[in-house]
Design a binder for this molecule. Sequence first.
Ligand code: SF4
Length: 487
Amino acid sequence: MRGAIPVKIKKREVLAELYPHRLNFYSTPPTAEISLEQFEQWAIHRLRILGEIESSQFRNKTPKEIEVTLEPLLKKYLPLSASSYAKLSSKNLETVQLERKKDHYSHFILRLAFARSPDLRSRFSRLESFLFRLRFSTDDAKERDAFINSLNLDWDPVPEDEKLLYTEQLSAASGARIFDSTDSIFKVPWEKVPDLVEARRVFLRHGKAYVPSALQLSLVSAEFTSQLDRALELTARALPRLDEDERLVPILNHLSLGFTAPEFVSSTDTTSLLNGAPVTAASVDSLVSHFPLCMSHLHTTLRRNKHLLHHSRYQYNLFLKGIGLSVDEALNFWRSAFSNITDDEFNKKYRYNVRHAYGLEGNRRSYKPLSCQQILTEHSPSGNQTHGCPYRHFSIDNLIAALAGPLGGIQDRDVLQGVRNDVDQKRYHIACNRVFDHLHAKELKREKDEGRSGAGQRETIIHPNQYFTLSWELKHPKARKWFKGTK
Ligand code: SF4
C-alpha cells in the first residue's frame, strides 16, 4: 500500500498538466485519439453554443442577455469548471480534464469545418472570440492571471518614466476612474485593440495604444482573435489534404451546415409536452395556432387538398408525432384527412409510412421530428411540393403574403420588413423567431413583468417542435418547460 501513494500523486500531476488552465488560446492542435462519435458529438455541442451566440446577436440581445441565455446551455453542452474545483478530488480532476479536452477538441474540429471560406472563417472567429471573452470575464481572477502569464504575450510594458511623462494623457484617455499610476500599462499596436481605440479609452502615440491592465480583457481577446484569424488562414491552406479523408469530410460538411441553423440537440421527452393533455386526431386543428409557418402551411394544404405529397407527409407526420400524437391517433388523423380516397387505398398506400415513422415497420427505427436545420438544408421542395421552410423556400412575395394573410395575420410593417431583411441575409430561422416574438409579444411581456425569463432570455428556436411547445406553454403558463426559472 505504501508504494501506491506516490503513483497516485504522479498520475494526478500528469493529469493536471494536460490542461492546467480553464481558458485556452488553442495554439496547439490535439493529438490523442478520440472516437468518430465523440468527434461529431463534441463538435455539435460546441456548435449549439456558437449558434445560440449568433442567433442572439441577430435578435439584438445585449451581451448580458446573451450571457444569461447561454448559462444553462454552457452547463449542458460545454461545461468548463475552474481549476479550484479540480483540486477537490481525483474524480473532480478527471471531470475537469475531460471538460477541457472536449473544449479543446471541439474547437479544432469546428476550425476544420469553418475554415473553408472567408465568410465562415470570419463568423467562426467572431463567435469564438465572444465565447472566449465571456469565459475570460467569468473566470476566477487568480486563475485568469496564471493563464495570462502562461501566454508569454509580446506586450511592451511602459516604463515608469514614460508613464510619468504622459500621466495627463493617460488619465484623460483612461478616465480618472480607471487610470491608476501604479497600474501596469502595456504598449501594443493600436490595431490590436480597435474597440478601445474606437471608444477613446486609450492614449495613442506613434501607432501604439497604451492599455492599462484594468482593460486586459480587450487586450487578451484581441490577441485571441488575431491568433485565431492567423490559424484559420493556415487551416484553410491545409484543407485540400484533408479532403481525401472519407470518414471526416461528410461530418465536416454536415457541421458547416450548422451555420444555416444550429443543430437541435434534443433531450426533451416529446410525448408529454402538453402537460398530460392528450393530443388526438380531433384536437390537431385546435393546436394549429401554435404551429410554426412550415407546419401550419402543411396543415392548411392538407385540409385544402385532402392530400399531401410524400416529403410533406414525412415532415408533418414526424412533427405531429413530436407533439404527442400516438400512432393510432396519427392513423386516424391521416385517414380522415385523406377523405377523397377509400380505406383500401389508404391502407395500401399510406398506412405503412405512418407506422414506419413510429418505428413499427421496416427497419423499426423510431424517427425523430425534423429540425429546422434538416428542413432548411435537406430535400429542397420543387414543383408543386409543399414541404420545407417557407422562410427559405417560398418566394419573398409569397412569404410576406402568407404572413400577412390568415396563416400569420401579421399587419405590422416593421415586422414584415424585418422578415424581408432576415431572409435577404439568409437568416431564415431568425425570421421565424422574429415572427414568434411578434405573435407572442403579450405573453412574453407578461413573463418578463412577472420576473420570469422573458423574451431576452429565451433560447433561439431552432426546431419546429420547440416552437410549438414554447408557444403552447406561453398560452398555458402553468405547464412551462422551456422557460428557465419557472415551475
Ligand atoms: Fe419551420 Fe424552422 Fe422554418 Fe420556422 S425556421 S418555419 S420552425 S423550419
